[in-house]
Design a protein around this ligand. Structure first.
Ligand SMILES: Cc1cc2nc3c(=O)[nH]c(=O)nc-3n(C[C@H](O)[C@H](O)[C@H](O)COP(=O)(O)OP(=O)(O)OC[C@H]3O[C@@H](n4cnc5c(N)ncnc54)[C@H](O)[C@@H]3O)c2cc1C
Length: 487
């Protein structure tokens, strides 16, 4: 039985561990932190439960497919609820509510712009076709060759790879609030909508067509489910085990080192951030230079606040976007001229609005996120300054006072991403999916310099987000299985 050592325990590593164990490998996983889950860890404090990272459960079909591959269902592990409404967007002069079905969403669009409901149905129809192609065909390819992208379906849609989502949206919708609403989903891919190919409108189908879901107990329930599944499949899981070197001899993988302890393995797979994983190798075995990493476009980092409120809040839903300032300007301050945003857009999540288990009775669990450029200076003073900005805006837009109802607040930013996950420049969501950073143009799943060394996660194929991380684990496990078992 071949031995695989996996570095990290995020969604991608756990996914790969499950598939590899199912294929018959002897799998051991090593995580530097004291709990599994990576960026999706959980914080529990004074009866409040916070998902530290992801909070939007989109593309439920992908989670279902993952568990089905092991003869399971998501409902064997956690209870999913469809959120209704899905979310709310606060603008300076109005609030848009996104319902849980197309009829409600079209009615809301019509309220804002006459005739937009019809345009929306046709836009989402096209987005659904793209979703079927992207998710069922393209995304399941390992990014080894440009030819993977050439299919009958993509040839017919080649123009959609050269036009941007911004151009496509603006062709049909003129109201700036509807434009921002339709540009929001591609932010999950990590780049500006004006740099994201219009083919990625499949994210709009994920949003309006498939809906927004919530696992009762929070997103960490998915990690708990995958952790249990991995244990059921026989994976050995070691937490508090930071790997400090990948051992290579004459171009062949030999194992990993942790503070003087050597663990021998036939295959090493790293789900830690790709840049960090390469620093665990001697220089001659690294595939990419520092200059390569430096010039890539990263998905944003974030300034996050986890806040316990001693009362229920008014006018808010489970998910709330505050798009009451200039979307374009904030995007420029993330991507074009990295700097702290002058007037930040932000996201506020109150899972206890729909899930009583997330907060003590009569209280609200609040998670606030400001997207920022990776690599910015991060100080306590700046964090507090930005908290004051957003909490004042929050009070103004929702018409209530909350500052005196804060029991505690914790923050997390660039320095914490580096410290907690060895994240390159403190990125939160990995490497952006742009035209030049898609599929075979991303850092590869398989090392070109070392035999039996592999990578997975949000900096490689297919890209950032929880569903892509599950797929990344499957893709790399398939490559390893093909080489070692199906020969
Ligand atoms: C604030 C935030 C909000 C997000 N929101 C959403 C959302 O709503 N929906 C969505 O789909 N996605 C969201 N994402 C993205 C999603 O969380 C990530 O794409 C996904 O969790 C990445 O998983 P991963 O396995 O690639 O990496 P990670 O989760 O980062 O896992 C890598 C693991 O490797 C470990 N590691 C690093 N170095 C070492 C070492 N030397 N030795 C041992 N272990 C090591 C790290 O500790 C970590 O546990 C969000 C991310 C963040 C940060």
């Amino acid at each position: 039985m071949k031995k695989v050592a996996i570095i990290g325990s995020g969604f991608s590593s756990l996914s790969a561990a499950c598939y590899l164990a199912k294929s018959g490998f002897n799998v051991s996983l090593f995580e530097k932190n004291d709990t599994v889950g990576g960026r999706a860890r959980q914080l529990k404090k004074q009866g409040f439960t916070f998902d530290i990272g992801p909070s939007w459960y989109w593309m439920p079909d992908i989670f279902e497919k993952f568990f089905k591959d092991f003869g399971k269902k998501t409902s064997d592990y956690y209870q999913l609820d469809k959120l209704s409404p899905a979310y709310k967007i606060f603008f300076a002069d109005d609030v848009i509510t996104i319902g849980d079905c197309m009829d409600k969403i079209c009615a809301e669009f019509e309220r804002i712009e006459n005739g937009s409901g019809k345009h929306l149905r046709s836009f989402i129809g096209k987005a659904q076709e793209n979703y079927d192609i992207a998710i069922n065909k393209i995304v399941l390819r390992p990014g080894l060759s440009p030819l993977e992208l050439v299919t009958k379906d993509t040839i017919l849609r080649v123009d959609q790879f050269f036009k941007t989502i911004s151009q496509e949206v603006r062709k049909k919708f003129s109201n700036p609030k509807l434009v921002s609403t339709l540009e929001f989903p591609v932010l999950f891919l990590g780049a500006k909508p004006s740099k994201t190919p219009s083919f990625y409108s499949f994210m709009n189908f994920a949003d309006f067509g498939l809906g927004t879901w919530h696992p009762e107990g929070g997103m960490y329930e998915i990690i708990k489910a995958m952790h249990s599944l991995a244990l059921e499949l026989g994976v050995n899981i070691h937490t508090s085990s930071p790997v400090d070197k990948i051992e290579v001899e004459q171009g062949n993988t030999k194992g990993i080192h942790m503070g003087g302890i050597f663990f021998g393995a036939d295959i090493v797979l790293s789900g830690a951030d790709y840049h960090h994983s390469e620093t665990l190798l001697d220089k001659e075995y690294r595939q990419y230079s520092e200059a390569y990493w430096d010039k890539k476009t990263y998905a944003p980092s974030s300034l996050l606040f986890y806040v316990g409120f001693d009362k229920k809040l008014q006018q808010v839903e489970h998910h709330n976007l505050f798009f009451d300032t200039d979307f374009e300007k904030h995007a420029e301050e993330i991507y074009d001229e990295p700097t702290w945003p002058s007037e930040p857009l932000f996201y506020a999540n109150f899972p206890s609005v729909t899930d009583k288990s997330m907060a003590p009775k009569g209280c609200e669990t609040g998670f606030f996120l400001i997207p920022i450029a990776p690599g910015l200076e991060d100080t306590e003073v700046l964090r507090q300054q930005y908290f004051d900005i957003i909490i004042n805006r929050f009070e103004l837009r929702t018409g209530q006072e909350v500052k005196n109802n804060i029991i505690f607040k914790e923050s997390f930013c660039v320095n914490d991403f580096i410290e907690a996950y060895n994240s390159y420049k403190g990125n939160a969501y990995g490497m952006a999916n742009t035209l030049t950073q898609t599929a075979f143009l991303r850092p590869g799943l398989k090392s070109k310099k070392v035999n039996d060394l592999y990578f997975t996660g949000q900096l490689t194929v297919p890209g950032p987000g929880v569903p892509p991380s599950l797929i990344s684990g499957k893709l790399v496990a398939d490559l390893i299985t093909k080489k070692h078992i199906e020969r």
